[in-house]
Design a binder for this molecule. Structure first.
Ligand code: ADP
Length: 479
């Protein structure tokens, strides 16, 4: 029962983090404590020893001036005046016969081993007497008096031990709650810090079950995780847009294929049912060929668009003079426009270079010119201009044709989209989609400005080649 939540907790990164931080905290504070403890204990030991030596000098002086009685008097005075723990004082004859022995207050008696140790004590060395069941000990210093007698003074470690014991207790008293609070606080903070990650997991699970609208809630913290959430949500938005676009394109393709395929079947069925003359049969076959041609063109263009959009289009890039490329394509379309009574004016500089696939850019200019001619009535005008601005080659194709209604403008680059007014014209609704996809594949962009009944202007921007050898020369124009 209890084990399952505990096991789940063990798997949480927040729990691991809190555990790690607590361990580091315990380890470093323990290390600090040990250091402080050792330092304090050795300092106190030094202070005690200095005090013992000072006492020994005092007794030695007393002995030299007033003999044994003076020392006994001094010890009595000290006993009366303070409630201190007292000192061990031993005065012995040069042949080590004890003349005086006083013990610290809580030190009841000396064992025979302690006495032996005391007798072995030599000046310049500290003799340590230990109690059997106690941690306290006596540190005794020895010296010779001027008459050759031995003076030994010792101090108990009890005061020092009590202080160190208090220090240990205080440390434990602070450390245990500090560890508990640290661990609980750490777990809580880690739990809070990992909230965006949990939200992320929940969102991914939700998307996994088909809810493409799911997004990670923003934590409004302006930190790295918030940035990750923003990027993740942005990516989800793009994926959703792509999927919707693909679904729409698929629907459109299915819809647009149905008409030519139905027409094909109609022609075939009519021919099959009736006894047809060879001429009618040939006409029917020609209709079929035309319809299949339309379907093939449509499928090929769709393939080209998706290749360009996904970045797998095979581009044969090279340094190309855009001016001569535009001239070439314009020349081809000039006959068609003349045929339809549409004037064409061209403004071109000497040369302008860009790193492009010439065939694909020819296709882009061709599609835009084709549209301009298609959507401009006889007597209209088409203008073509090329120039270089801010490191970009700009190809502008404008017409004074039917124009595009403002509500249609955002959709004209969609696959298979055809404006209401264009239904009477031939077309597949794929020309501008291909233009945009190819321009994007060249790291360029396209802009459109149009006024209904006034005309349209399409501008293609392509990154200019680093070595643009000539600046635009707007003076040169042909009509
Ligand atoms: P299509 O011309 O085959 O219909 P496009 O993708 O080339 O397909 O163009 C999409 C739509 O944009 C057209 O149906 C038309 O409504 C509009 N359009 C494009 N170029 C022009 C233009 N120069 N003048 C007016 N409308 C245009």
């Amino acid at each position: 029962m209890f084990l399952r939540p505990l096991r789940r907790l063990r798997k949480r990164t927040g729990f691991h983090l809190a555990l790690w931080y607590s361990s580091v905290f315990i380890l470093s504070s323990s290390l600090l404590f040990v250091l402080a403890y050792v330092l304090l204990s050795s300092t106190m030991r030094e202070a005690d020893r200095e005090m013992t030596l000072a006492k020994m000098n005092e007794y030695a002086l007393q002995y030299t001036t007033g003999g044994l009685q003076a020392v006994i008097h001094e010890i009595r005075q000290e006993d009366l005046s303070n409630a201190d723990t007292g000192f061990l004082v031993r005065i012995a004859t040069p042949d080590d016969h004890t003349l005086l022995l006083t013990l610290p207050h809580h030190w009841k008696k000396l064992s025979s081993r302690d006495r032996r140790e005391l007798r072995l004590g030599t000046p310049g060395r500290w003799t340590v007497l230990r109690k059997k069941q106690d941690e306290n000990f006596l540190e005794v210093a020895s010296s010779y008096l001027p008459n050759g007698a031995i003076l030994q003074v010792g101090q108990s470690s009890s005061k020092r031990d009590d202080l160190l014991e208090r220090f240990r207790q205080i440390f434990m008293g602070i450390m245990i709650p500090a560890i508990l609070i640290g661990f609980a606080g750490g777990s809580f903070l880690a739990f809070r810090a990992f909230r965006p990650i949990r939200d992320l997991i929940r969102t991914v699970r939700s998307i996994d079950t088909g809810n493409m609208k799911a997004r990670v809630p923003s934590s409004q913290t302006d930190d790295e995780l918030e940035e990750l959430i923003k990027l993740f949500n942005g990516m989800l938005g793009k994926i959703e847009l792509l999927i919707t676009g693909m679904q729409e394109a698929l629907d459109n393709v299915a819809h647009d294929l149905r008409t030519p395929v139905t027409r094909l079947r109609g022609v075939v069925e009519t021919v099959l049912q009736a006894e047809c003359e060879p001429r009618a049969l040939r006409e029917a076959l020609m209709d079929c060929a035309e319809e299949s041609e339309r379907i093939v063109t449509m499928l090929n263009t769709l393939m080209d668009i998706s290749e360009a959009e996904t970045g797998v289009m095979n581009l044969h890039l090279g340094r190309v003079n855009i001016v001569s490329l535009v001239e070439e394509v314009t020349e081809l379309y000039q006959y068609v426009s003349e045929d339809r009574g549409i004037g064409m004016s061209i403004e071109l500089p000497d040369e302008l270079y860009a790193h492009v696939d010439p065939n694909r850019i020819r296709q882009v200019i061709g599609n835009l010119l084709d549209n301009a001619i298609k959507y401009t009535a006889a007597g209209g005008r088409i203008g073509i201009a090329v120039c270089c601005r801010n490191g970009e080659v700009m190809i502008t194709i404008r017409d004074n044709g039917v124009g595009i209604p403002s509500h249609e403008l955002p959709r004209i680059f969609d696959r298979l989209y055809r404006g209401d007014k264009s239904r009477s014209h031939r077309g597949l609704g794929l020309g501008l989609s291909l233009v945009q996809a190819v321009v994007h594949a060249h790291y360029g962009h396209i802009e459109v400005a149009s006024e209904l009944g006034e005309g349209s202007q399409f501008t293609v921007f392509l990154p200019a080649d680093e070595h643009v050898s000539a600046l635009p020369d707007p003076e040169r124009s042909t009509a």
